[in-house]
Design a binder for this molecule. Structure first.
Ligand code: COI
Length: 355
């Protein structure tokens, strides 16, 4: 694999959106990274080019069989004008785990990080400084071979695009309402639920459409076999505080190993707050609610960071969590994590990487 990254700069700069109108994933920067894969050469021709449409053959395998993976991470601008990435190594490792599951050749993680740093330096003025904003980074790989036989592609493209973002949910740090999904499932053990691949998100759209029609931000998935065990929200892993005890679903094989989930587990350990990674059932949540012990719930994810959950809807019943406000522990975790990400707090774990 060749390592020198060719650079061709854009001659016209796009207008940047107003910081209060960012939303999520709408405004893309001036440049992108792209690299090709062919069996004879491996990954080759890493390059940074002006942000532009890509041309693909209509028979490219990604369109037909969904052979594709992606990642999501963020770059932050600190008050001192430093640029920080949050655990990029962990994200590229997960990209390669997703690659392995989808039969996509691995990318060299050091090269991917170097390419990302160079891209960020070129589009540095796109990294917003306002509280709650950041530059969302979307690395992804697509199968480009034009061939309709069902077999792994021989050709791929690895691309990184960047987008200025505000809060993922319109609620920001205010609690979101989530509907527990009773009919559809997202993934089953042995499937691709633990890989970051497009099909998992497409599989969730139908249920999400119904939930948003009823005023819920997202759906909370149950396992595909018992239909009782809590899995994840699709864009977030979940944590619950029940009768004073913190619990989160264990990595069963059908949920995503989230970087923020892992960071929360480390922070809790550091604070000596016990947390159980285990099977958590919907029945347990209902019982805790009925006995007044459903104290806090929050989702964790790169896009959403930490999002308090104020209500769960399950089979006609509204489970109101805590007092409807952001819980004390949720707030402490949010403040600490974002403090580290934005370089306001010390980073005892070495999670941030300066660009
Ligand atoms: C992320 O948190 O980066 C995700 O991948 C969620 C995304 C699908 C919006």
């Amino acid at each position: 694999m060749e390592d020198r990254i060719e650079i061709s700069l854009s001659t016209c700069k796009k207008l940047k959106p107003e910081p209060d109108r960012l939303g999520f994933g709408k405004a893309f920067t001036d440049h992108m990274f792209i690299m090709d894969y062919a069996p004879e050469t491996g990954w080759h021709r890493p390059r940074i080019i002006p942000y532009q449409p890509i041309q693909l053959d209509p028979a490219a395998k990604v369109f037909h069989y969904g052979q594709t993976v992606f990642e999501g991470m963020k770059a932050y601008r600190t008050r001192e004008d430093r640029i920080l990435l949050f655990r990029p190594g962990k994200h590229f490792q997960r990209l390669n785990r997703s690659n392995e599951r989808l039969c996509i050749p691995p990318v060299r993680e050091e090269l991917a990080l170097e390419a990302l740093k160079q891209l960020l330096l070129i589009d540095r003025d796109w990294i917003p400084a306002e509280e709650g904003t950041s530059l969302y980074i979307r690395p992804f790989i697509i199968a480009t071979e034009p061939l309709l036989g069902v077999a792994p592609s021989n050709h791929y493209q690895f691309i990184i695009i960047l987008s200025q973002v505000g809060a993922y949910y319109a609620e920001g740090i205010r609690p979101v309402k989530i509907m527990v999904e009773a009919d559809y499932v997202r993934a089953v053990n042995g499937g691709v639920g633990s890989a970051k691949t497009a099909g998992n998100y497409a599989a969730g759209l139908k249920a999400q459409e119904t939930a948003s029609g009823l005023g819920y931000a997202q759906v909370l998935w149950l396992d595909g076999v018992q239909r009782r065990n809590i899995e994840e929200v699709g864009s977030m892993n979940v944590f619950f505080k029940l009768n004073g005890k913190l619990v989160t679903p264990y990595l069963s094989g059908s949920i995503l190993d989230g970087t923020i989930r892992d960071s929360i587990l480390h922070l809790l350990k550091h604070w000596e707050i016990p947390v159980e990674e285990r099977i958590v059932t919907i029945d347990e949540l209902v019982v805790a609610f009925r006995h007044g012990g459903f104290e806090e719930a929050f989702g964790t994810g790169t896009a959403a960071v930490i999002s308090p959950i104020g209500e769960l809807y399950w089979q006609g019943e509204r489970l109101l969590i805590g007092k409807g406000d952001t819980g004390e522990l949720t707030r402490r975790l949010y403040d600490t994590l974002t403090g580290i990400q934005y370089g306001r707090l010390a980073d005892p774990f070495g999670w941030t990487v300066e660009v």
